[in-house]
Write a protein that binds this ligand. Structure first.
Ligand SMILES: NC(=O)c1ccc[n+]([C@@H]2O[C@H](COP(=O)([O-])OP(=O)(O)OC[C@H]3O[C@@H](n4cnc5c(N)ncnc54)[C@H](O)[C@@H]3O)[C@@H](O)[C@H]2O)c1
Length: 335
């Protein structure tokens, strides 16, 4: 039986991934520090939902020296999916140190543990924010991406580079995901869908940044987990003679590849808000605000590489995905 180590297992994406792995009978070790960045009880509830004979929850910080190394030594994971991170663009402006610790020191500990006990494949979460100030849309993995606009994005880009050096030096196969605004049931309270839905139910106005002129490539959680599961099977190989197929982001010198996971569809914020109004049956009062520092007006994924590698493309329509979220929200919070 395969063992998968998932960090950030009590987080939004980690929870859904673990659930999918356990449903297929895999053994899962889930590490999470249950940080108080948002409602800890939501994280505890997610972990409680994962209770299973094949699930080993571990509460601890990924950057705690020796902790991850011990987990690798004890469980010898075949595959590692590193999702634990301090997330959020806006929070990184006032709290950069937590990003340095969780995202940079944390990723370093994961890489060191993998060097000591190499898994067959390591998959690490990066973000569409890594594209930063790029204006060429849709974003392709082969584009240069050196102009990060927030410290959050900078720590994630640093993680990509750190993983590349370990992949090169120690022949560790690494896939880096660049996720595009993931949403769905059990979602994050700091993200727009959750905040807007809560405000609409409470009859409060919603803050709409850049006066509503925002576009996001929204990725539904089930599609994302499906893509991760497929990519787990696509283990990057160091290319022969440094020759990389056109359109592939594979490094010429390491078994390291970056893959966008997005819907390839930049949805206007107004359309997204309309989907919330439709699902809740309530109308939103919009509080138009200027652009937030560190944020970007649009994201849009080119998902051709994902399709080439796995044969799969995320498809869920935003109205359906938002309706599923609102149904979960009503049920969970008894609204
Ligand atoms: N949700 C998105 O739209 C999105 C987009 C791009 C990238 N990502 C990335 O995907 C990953 C998962 O995101 P998510 O949306 O599930 O976020 P999340 O905040 O719900 O999950 C992250 C989990 O990691 C845990 N964690 C944080 N710091 C830790 C540490 N130092 N040690 C151990 N655990 C720690 C948190 O307690 C949390 O449960 C993150 O790496 C994030 O940066 C997410």
């Amino acid at each position: 039986m395969q063992t998968v180590l998932v960090t950030g297992s009590a987080g939004f994406i980690g929870y859904h991934l673990c659930k999918s792995l356990l449903a297929d009978g895999l053994r899962v070790v889930g590490l999470d520090a249950l940080t108080d960045y948002y409602d800890v009880s939501l994280k505890q509830a997610r972990h409680a939902m994962l209770e299973d004979a094949h699930f080993t929850p571990v509460i601890g910080r990924v950057e705690a020296p020796g902790l991850v190394l011990d987990l690798f030594a004890k469980h010898r994971p075949d595959c590692v999916v590193h999702l634990a991170a301090q997330a959020g663009v806006r929070h990184s402006i006032d709290n950069p140190r937590s990003y340095l610790e969780s995202n940079i020191a944390g990723t370093f500990e994961i890489l060191e543990a993998a060097r000591a006990h190499p898994p067959k494949h390591m998959l690490l979460a990066s973000t569409s924010s890594a594209y930063g100030a790029n204006t060429q849309m849709p974003y392709r993995e082969t584009q240069k991406a050196d102009l990060q606009m927030s410290f959050y994005a900078a720590t994630k880009k640093a993680g990509e580079s750190m993983a590349h050096s370990y992949a090169h030096l120690f022949d560790l196969p690494v896939t880096m995901f660049r996720f595009f605004t993931v949403y769905g049931p059990w979602g994050r309270p700091d993200m727009a869908l959750f905040k807007f839905t809560r405000a609409v139910f409470e009859g409060k106005p919603i803050d709409v940044y850049n006066h509503g002129d925002m576009r996001r490539d929204f990725t539904y959680i089930d599609d994302l987990v499906h893509a991760i599961r497929l990519l787990m099977q696509v283990v990057p190989q160091r290319p022969q003679d440094g020759i990389v197929p056109a359109g592939d982001s594979l490094s010429p010198v390491a078994p390291h590849r970056i893959v966008n996971i997005g819907n390839s569809n930049a949805v206007q914020l107004s359309e997204f808000i309309a989907a919330i109004e439709e699902a809740t049956g309530l109308s939103a009062t919009r509080n138009l605000m200027p652009m937030q520092p560190g944020d970007v007006p649009a994201t849009w994924a080119d998902a051709d590489l994902l399709k080439t590698l796995t044969g799969y493309r995320p498809r869920t329509d935003v109205r359906q995905g938002v309706a599923n979220f609102v149904a979960w929200y009503r049920d969970y919070y008894g609204t």
